[in-house]
Design a binder for this molecule. Sequence first.
Ligand SMILES: Nc1nc2c(ncn2[C@@H]2O[C@H](COP(=O)(O)OP(=O)(O)OP(=O)(O)O)[C@@H](O)[C@H]2O)c(=O)[nH]1
Ligand SMILES: [Mg+2]
Length: 401
Amino acid sequence: MTIANAFTFGVRIRIVVFFFCFNALLYMSFSILRDDWRRLAAYHLYPSTSNVTSDDLGSDTVTSNIVENVASSAVTSNLPPKPQFEGKANATLVFLARNSDLQGVLRSMESVETHFNHKYGYPWILLNEEEFTEEFQESVKSKTNASVQFGLIPSRHWYQPDWIDEAKAEQGRNTLKAWNVIYADSVSYRNMCRFNSGFFFHHPLLQPYRYYWRIEPDVDYFCQLQYDPFDYLKDNNKTYGFTIAIEELEKTVSTLWQAVKEFMEQYPEYIHPNNALAFLSDNGGETYNLCHFWSNFEIADMDFWRGEAYTKFFEFLDLKGGFYYERWGDAPIHSIAAALFLDKNELHFFNDIGYQHSNIVHCPQQPAFLTGSCTCNRVLSIDYRRYSCLPRYNKMLNGKW
Ligand SMILES: Nc1nc2c(ncn2[C@@H]2O[C@H](COP(=O)(O)OP(=O)(O)OP(=O)(O)O)[C@@H](O)[C@H]2O)c(=O)[nH]1
Ligand SMILES: [Mg+2]
């Protein structure tokens, strides 16, 4: 073979190899996109689509037949086989809900039991400002082998206080409505936000407990949790755990940061020297960047909320009336307090807990994904997308986005 022939032969081989690799790559990309599309469609169509199978959502995601079970029999149970409870922490699963939330409650409970609690058996506490119906209670009890308690919220912890100027509150609701803000004119939503901010941890049923995991209707969990997150918090001196950090709607908290600054001036003793202010503000505290931990998922230590700093903080903010004059959410209130009053190392990102609320998903990235037997799609994870505050959290903690 001449040098020229050898050269041509070499080039041909390279061209063949190149086309082979290119085609393989094309096929892989197409498969990933197709898979994403199917999952996305499944998320958006659920639960009304009967053809969404557990394969579409991943083999461990047991969500497809909940609605059917409820419709056919309110008390049909789908209990896990062996209730060998391992949970030893002083902890409970807390669920605020209305009777009308029943189906979403059952769906969330199924997901939590399947991915975690069937092994640990932590007790459930469900709270409501109205009595739960018999049907609600029986259906909920049929979803778990752990103990379940139903609590009535005292009126003074729930309803709009007398000292709120109703005319001003109504004006606030109308203003948000004109801006098309979600839950703009809902007073009950505001009651809920205030209750979650300042009162749930004072409920008599919660008094025996220190740690809680907050659950909401219609949420999904995607990873088999291989450890007890309550023990994790305790053993690692963590106080507040989250999975999603995101930006708040500015219009709902227009004057919140001004109030927070006043509080910081008045009570500098509560601000931790190693705080996480950089998560909340990009200019040293001058303005709020709207970042907060999404509180529909929380695993945290209620002693922090019961403590002096947070009690003073909540009372201070409550008197400003922003829960009703604007629409302050419990997520920014909790987050601002946790970021300012705790050592930043007491916060914890539960990266290995795959979680979805509405259309927003956190799916663990490697290596957590590989060890956690997760069924979510990492491509859909909000972590490094627009509106996510995880990069800011990372920067605040490690100096890297
Ligand atoms: N008892 C009771 N619970 C409520 C009320 N409003 C909301 N909740 C509960 O409070 C929690 C938060 O309410 P959601 O309606 O989920 O609010 P959100 O997560 O901001 O908005 P969504 O996107 O609708 O989920 C859920 O656990 C609800 O079941 C209410 O008026 N009474
Ligand atoms: Mg919700």
